[in-house]
Design a binder for this molecule. Structure first.
Ligand code: HEM
Length: 479
């Protein structure tokens, strides 16, 4: 491993460092001064490994991997689906799904059983995204839906990730299982596309992702006056629409579910923060916790008053960012050290702004490994406050996360409806009892059990998730 800069911080992290990944060099970037050069000032194309990762989940033509004009066309087609005013119309659907999530937690509390929170959080967020993207109720929190099951299986069979599954080692199965899952996912999405396409012109304009995709098609291919709306959709466009819908379903649930788990994890370990968040919820929604969902539905803008809750979410995503970006360098692009004016070539290098290094750098943050949400409160100026330049949870530049506001809204609603009802306790000490629960997690209590002092360190399962799916118990609070 060779280093490019010798301005490492106290933890020894270098702003730019080189490693060899299989047969290709990678420049690991740990400082926004360098990372912004290829994500913000100029946005270099995504590295081909992004497509390798995304393709089994969302095919070849999707917003995450698209470049140049194709990306521009799709990004502007989908932008209206994330306008502040449209997002507020999604709140009732989110509240309905969060109520079901809370009911499920209530059932666990009554049974006082041990369970993995990740499964419930993932089913919650996939149900929410099903409504946002397809205007469809998957109802997967209470039952099975073939599209959801295919997604879950596809994530579990990703080659990077759940290596603990013995079947993972026998690679000959993977292509078949992934091919079958893709066929199921494509069939389900195509069915919805056909239904919506047939009725598109009869319905008033809607901004869910499926209709925004179809409107793009109609704009590019206006029907002739004599043509019936039953005409068939161009097959290339249809596949691109299917892939984009799948990418929204994947990107829109897998990351948010990880953040929900980590929010409960940190709140359960930080009683003072938990008390501050509960106090804030009392002040904003009143003390009758049974009414919160109704109040949020009627006055959705109240969630903009949740400063502490928002600070918790930002801090959770600082310590445990579930996703990142990787770019590919080229012969005309050089990384520049502004203090020395030295230039480094990037041709054929993977350029990786390492989110964990940004977020846990002692040079960029005070007390970087500690959960301290108050650093995000408006009255906490730097150095106590947050270093917003060094915050890349949603990436930066024009390829930043299109769904970030939606994610923040849904996580805020989950916390607003749950934290005053339940006491969470994280139970890695009882992991052995979950052995053989068919979750796919190994229940491995041997070897290293923590990283940075956290038992719930991140593993890759799709995006990055808490180890072992966050085993926990919940108790009902007397409120
Ligand atoms: C806590 C939740 C979330 C986190 C931490 C997160 C993080 C990210 C990151 C780091 C990227 C950059 C990926 C790359 O460059 O390869 C990204 C892009 C993206 N995210 Fe999110 N995301 C979240 C929620 C969502 C949601 C709810 C949606 C959809 C409703 C979504 C849809 C997307 C899409 C489509 C892109 C690609 C955007 C583009 O390239 O134009 N994400 N997200």
């Amino acid at each position: 491993m060779g280093c490019l800069c010798d301005r490492g911080d106290s933890s020894g992290t270098l702003p730019v460092d080189d490693v060899l990944l299989s047969d290709q060099g990678a420049r690991l970037v740990s400082d926004p001064v360098f990372g912004d050069q290829f994500t913000v000032k100029q946005s270099l194309p995504k590295h081909p490994l992004t497509s390798d990762f995304v393709e089994p989940l969302a095919g070849r033509t999707n917003l995450v991997t698209a470049e140049f004009q194709e990306w521009k066309t799709w990004r502007s087609a989908f932008n209206p689906g994330f306008s502040a005013s449209h997002l507020m119309t999604l709140v009732p659907g989110i509240v309905t799904n969060v109520s079901i999530f809370c009911d499920i937690l209530r059932e666990h509390a009554r049974k006082n059983d041990l369970f993995r929170l990740e499964k419930h959080a993932t089913r919650l967020t996939i149900d929410i995204i099903g409504k946002v993207v397809l205007d469809l109720d998957f109802k997967s929190q209470r039952g099975e839906h073939e599209l959801v099951s295919a997604f879950e299986s596809q994530v579990a069979w990703q080659p990077v990730g759940a290596m603990f599954r013995p079947t993972e080692l026998i690679n000959i199965f993977r292509p078949f299982v992934q091919w079958r899952n893709t066929r199921t996912m494509d069939r389900c999405v195509a069915r919805e596309l056909d239904k919506r396409f047939a009725t598109l012109e009869e319905r008033s304009k809607q901004k869910n992702i499926i209709d925004l995709a179809l409107n793009t098609y109609l704009k590019e291919n206006p029907p002739a006056k004599t043509q019936s709306v039953n005409r068939t959709m161009d097959s290339r466009f249809k596949q691109a629409a299917i892939d984009n819908i799948k990418v929204f379903i994947f990107a829109g649930h897998d990351t948010s579910s990880s953040a929900i788990c980590y929010a409960f994890y940190h709140l359960s370990r930080n009683p003072e923060t938990l008390a501050a968040v509960r106090k804030e919820h009392d002040a904003v929604f009143g003390t009758d916790v049974s009414k919160v969902g109704e109040i949020i539905e009627q006055e959705p803008h109240l969630i903009n008053k949740l400063d502490w809750t928002m600070a918790v979410i930002r801090e959770v995503l600082r310590l445990h960012p579930p996703a990142s970006t990787i770019r590919i360098g080229n012969k005309d692009f050089f990384l520049n050290d502004p203090t020395t004016n030295e230039q480094w070539p990037t041709d054929d290098f993977m350029l990786f702004p390492v989110n964990i290094n940004y977020h846990r750098s002692g040079k960029l943050w005070s007390d970087p490994n500690r959960f301290r949400p108050q650093r995000w409160l408006a009255h906490a100026p730097p150095p106590e406050g947050a270093n917003r330049d060094a915050y890349v949870a949603f990436s930066k530049g024009n390829r930043n996360c299109i769904g970030q506001e939606l994610a923040l809204i849904e996580i805020k609603i989950v916390l607003a409806m749950a934290v005053r009802c339940f006491d969470f306790s994280v139970r890695y000490d009882e992991l052995d009892k979950l052995k053989g629960d068919k979750s796919g997690y190994p229940s491995d209590s041997s070897g290293i059990q923590e990283q940075f002092g956290d038992e719930a360190y991140q593993i890759q399962l799709g995006t990055a998730k808490p180890r072992e799916g966050l085993p926990c118990r919940v108790k009902l609070r007397d409120v």
